[in-house]
Design a protein around this ligand. Structure first.
Ligand code: FDA
Length: 394
């Protein structure tokens, strides 16, 4: 067996967190090797944000992340902030805009973000090797990584292979497996930012409405999100639902307010007085998308005209519109999940540099860690921030 090539830092994963850790370590003069099994770096960045990459969020703060330790992300997010990343994007002349809720997107293409990262990595003399299959990782003083194209060793190893979401794009549980092998505990992974699926009566209502979108408040547990929701042929999706899905646990309900900020009972009663001859579906259609209005009127407002409906029928529908309790059967799983919740337990890592407390030289960053952001650029900011702090210490 040929002797392994020696580096100061080996990083597994050329995604957002791995590339950023590599850049930070390379800028400190460390000899950095990045290994990835994919044939292209940053594949998730390329498809993110509908191809425009929602690369950070102006309102980034630790309370927009889910983790068994809600304080863990604070140090990383403070040491490398959204403003630091925005400054980098500006230095590279990449035009961007705020779409909504502090979400920053490229005007052009996500490819510009990957090109920026690769240019920074080249300038920091990072050795990036794609299409390398990792076959073994061990440690005898230094870390040793075997691949189908040779062995490598270094005193520092950064696990940056992400979570389990979108296996089609090459996602694997490698970081989780290696962390476990070195004795680091895991918080059970599950899909996050994922469409919810339904069965029975609920699905019978939802399926024909596939494609209908509206503003709503989606609640799951104590979390509430006011954004758009979308009916799908399997249930519900759209930003509000994706956000709520990260807080949802099997067996629990989600509740929807389909007329946020409006008093539906008062509106329906007023319409009955003002337009007694109007059809219920027409009145509902002035408040909700027409196809949804028709489906709800057919089920809940029996009667050809508003005048035929007792107030209690209007009040009952209004209550449902404000507090529609639904029990998802499940989610669309890792195939459709934007992120993986859970991962390497933060209790085993230092929040200052994402280094394993009991395994000096081993770092875990990005989505592989039990830190998951809301929808809206938070997950990339965690990747940049956690990668950067690890790169300062590795
Ligand atoms: P990431 O998954 O980016 O990178 C992991 C790398 O490790 C990959 O290059 C992979 O090939 C490699 N790898 C995996 N297993 C390996 C193995 N066994 N051997 C070698 N290499 C291996 N977030 C956000 O903030 N804004 C957004 O707009 C979006 N949009 C979005 C859209 C879609 C469709 C998805 C699926 C996700 C998003 N996200 C997002 C989430 C975001 O993409 C995600 O949180 C980050 O990419 C995580 O960065 P990491 O570097 O941790 O993992």
């Amino acid at each position: 067996m040929s002797s392994p090539q020696a580096f100061d830092v080996i990083i597994l994963g050329a995604g957002a967190a791995g590339l950023f850790a590599a850049i930070a370590a390379g800028q400190r003069g460390r000899r950095v090797l990045v290994l990835d099994h994919a044939d292209e770096a940053g594949k998730k960045i390329l498809i993110s944000g509908g191809g425009r990459c929602n690369f950070t969020n102006l309102h980034c703060a630790a309370d927009r992340f889910l983790s068994a330790n809600p304080h863990f992300a604070r140090s990383a997010l403070a040491r490398y902030t959204q403003h630091d990343f925005v400054a980098l994007v500006r230095r590279h002349g990449i035009a961007f805009h705020e779409k909504t809720l502090g979400q920053l997107f490229c005007d052009g293409s996500a490819r510009q973000i990957v090109a920026m990262l690769l240019a920074e990595a080249r300038a920091a003399e990072v050795d990036l090797r794609l299409s390398h299959r990792v076959t073994d990782v061990s440690r005898a003083g230094r870390f040793r990584v075997e691949t189908d194209r040779g062995g490598f060793e270094a005193p520092s190893l950064v696990l940056a292979t992400g979570g389990l979401s979108i296996p089609k794009l090459g996602a694997t549980g490698l970081a989780h497996d290696i962390a476990r092998r070195f004795g680091l505990p895991l918080v059970a992974p599950r899909p996050g930012l994922v469409p919810l699926t339904f069965a029975g009566e609920a699905l019978e209502l939802m399926r024909p409405l596939s494609g209908v979108a509206l503003d709503c408040i989606a609640r799951s547990g104590r979390a509430a999100f006011r954004e758009a929701m979308l009916f799908t042929h399997r249930g519900l999706s759209g930003p509000a639902i994706l956000q709520a899905s990260s807080y949802w646990r099997e067996g629990e309900a989600v509740t929807l307010d389909l007329l946020p900020g409006q008093d539906a009972a008062a509106l329906l009663r007023a319409a009955k007085r003002a337009r007694p001859r109007a059809e219920p579906r027409t009145v509902l259609g002035s408040l909700l998308p027409q196809r949804l209005a028709e489906a709800l009127a057919a089920r809940h407002l029996p009667g050809p005209r508003m005048a035929d409906l007792p107030d209690r029928a209007l009040d009952a529908l209004a209550a449902r519109l404000r507090d529609w309790e639904l029990r998802p059967g499940g989610t669309e799983g890792y195939a459709k999940a934007e992120v993986t919740l859970g991962g390497v337990d933060t209790a085993a890592l230092s929040s200052r540099d994402c280094q394993a407390r009991e395994v000096p030289g081993l770092f875990v960053v990005g989505e592989a860690v039990d830190v998951t952001g809301w929808l809206g650029g938070y997950n990339f900011q965690w990747a940049w921030s956690s990668g950067w702090i690890a790169g300062q210490a590795a």
